[in-house]
Design a protein around this ligand. Sequence first.
Ligand code: FMN
Length: 186
Amino acid sequence: MKTLIIVAHPDLQNSRINRALADTMREQPDTTVHVLDELYQDKSIDVTHEQGLLERHDRIIFQYPLYWYSTPPLLKQWFDEVLAYGWAFGPGGEHLKGKEIGIAISTAGTAASYQPGGYNLFTIRDIAKPMEALANYVGAHYLPPFAIHNANYITDEQIAISQEAYVDHLRSVKHVQTSGLVTINK
Ligand SMILES: Cc1cc2nc3c(=O)[nH]c(=O)nc-3n(C[C@H](O)[C@H](O)[C@H](O)COP(=O)(O)O)c2cc1C
């Protein structure tokens, strides 16, 4: 299984969590770490190159800090341009079919805040539903999310534990087979 970690972070040099997680992933076998913001400082994404990378991997993990409950802007642009009609969906658009897609995100909010009743109202799984829908739309299997919280207060020791947890997560995580689309028409 070949894993592609697509990292989106506008300031990875000053990142604590995502930089540490990316460094850990660089040491893993059969794993490619691909930092979008380093490659595309001019925001001009090489779509053919990105699609080729995706084709050569079985599992794709989008790793990013949560920005307004969503992705940083370059990753959104990447989705818009790389997941093209006729390649990712539509006629001939089957290049991601059967692959695994997952997310690894960091948040400033605490774990408790990302629970029902918490000040962020929703769980990470709920907030990341667009990613789940995206995976479904391109025929990929969605993996349960991996999240590191409390970014402003996390200690170096906790980051080290998170690095190990990230490796363990990717070693053990499995997609859940869904039964497909159900339309209730009442
Ligand atoms: C523009 C912006 C929007 C953010 N939005 C959220 C958010 O919606 N929820 C949250 O918990 N943290 C939010 N944060 C905090 C980041 O997620 C946090 O700084 C990041 O995960 C830290 O990771 P790093 O150490 O890799 O930089 C936001 C930060 C910025 C700069």
